[in-house]
Write a protein that binds this ligand. Structure first.
Ligand code: ADP
Length: 276
């Protein structure tokens, strides 16, 4: 226990013996049915966490699983744009209904609640974390096999609330080669260990480019260190996504579900196999 313990575990990140890990878990909406929940995390912004989350969801839906995406990146929501969603969420008095993408993925995001999607969310941390939690407690998620949560980057209020309040089956860490200087990934690994959540896999995004003429893989940021990091931390699955203009184009035009090649399809199979 910390010397400065205030006995308020909800605002403390210490993993001391008196903390009851289960005590903060919140039930989803009483009409929700969600089998597995996987959070997609990154140490910093811009590494492709939302891209990874969207690709995993598209692959999962494509494999016939009922899939949902909870966009917990409240201040920087990019999931609806990637799926071409511009509708607003509706409610029926008992709860909020997610918006459904063209291929049938259930999506909840701050951007489907705002009157105008360009409006910034300038809120204090506790309000932001409370909203992310409401996406779990107040949204009616129907018959979901796998839910992916797009977390905001880092280890702030929202990741802490999600880790403490939602019964996660595991996390997937997203990194980029420059990010792999180790420390930032290590922070995410340590947070997951502190919260007792299994790390299911690691994705190195923007890992390489493919020469358009000869197809050779070029590691623009130097040789990848992700396999060594995975080995060192006992992470069972690794995926590498190249810098691919087709991905940017699909994400920007809201057609992420229509991509012919999904780089995370095989990775998802490994993840699902390792789920308890
Ligand atoms: P984060 O969620 O980590 O902040 P995003 O997933 O929003 O990052 O990605 C940032 C930008 O980079 C987006 O415009 C996205 O379309 C683009 N992007 C991400 N990964 C790739 C990739 N492998 N190839 C090309 N563009 C990518």
């Amino acid at each position: 226990m910390s010397e400065n313990c205030s006995h308020d575990c909800s605002s403390c990140k210490e993993s001391c013996s008196s903390r009851d890990k289960k005590s903060f878990i919140k039930s989803p909406h009483k009409l929700s049915d969600i089998k597995k929940v996987i959070a997609v995390v990154s140490g910093k912004g811009g590494v492709g966490k939302s891209m990874t989350c969207a690709l995993l969801a598209a692959a999962s839906q494509n494999k016939g699983k009922v899939t949902a995406v909870m966009d917990a990146d409240i201040t920087g929501p990019s999931i609806p744009k990637m799926f071409g969603i511009h509708k607003h969420a509706t409610g029926d008095g008992t709860g909020i209904l997610p918006v459904v993408s063209d291929s049938g993925i259930q999506v909840m995001s701050m951007n489907v609640l705002l009157e105008n999607e360009d409006e910034p969310v300038v809120w204090r941390g506790s309000l932001i974390a409370g909203t992310a939690l409401q996406f779990w407690t107040d949204v009616i998620w129907t018959g979901v096999d796998i839910m992916f949560i797009d977390m905001p980057p880092g280890t702030g209020d929202v990741p802490l609330t999600v880790f403490q309040s939602i019964p996660l089956d595991g996390i997937i860490i997203v990194t980029s080669p420059q990010d792999l200087v180790g420390m930032i990934v290590k922070k995410a690994v340590n947070m997951a260990n502190m919260m007792n959540v299994p790390i299911l896999g690691i994705v190195e995004n923007m890992s390489y480019i493919k020469c358009p003429d000869c197809g050779r893989k070029i590691s623009v940021f130097g040789e990848s260190g992700v396999d060594a990091i995975a080995l060192e931390n006992g992470i069972p699955a690794v995926a590498k996504i190249p810098i691919d203009p087709e991905l940017t184009k699909a994400a920007d035009s809201g057609k992420i579900e229509e991509l012919e090649h999904n780089y995370l399809s095989d990775f998802l199979d490994k993840i699902v196999k390792n789920l308890k």
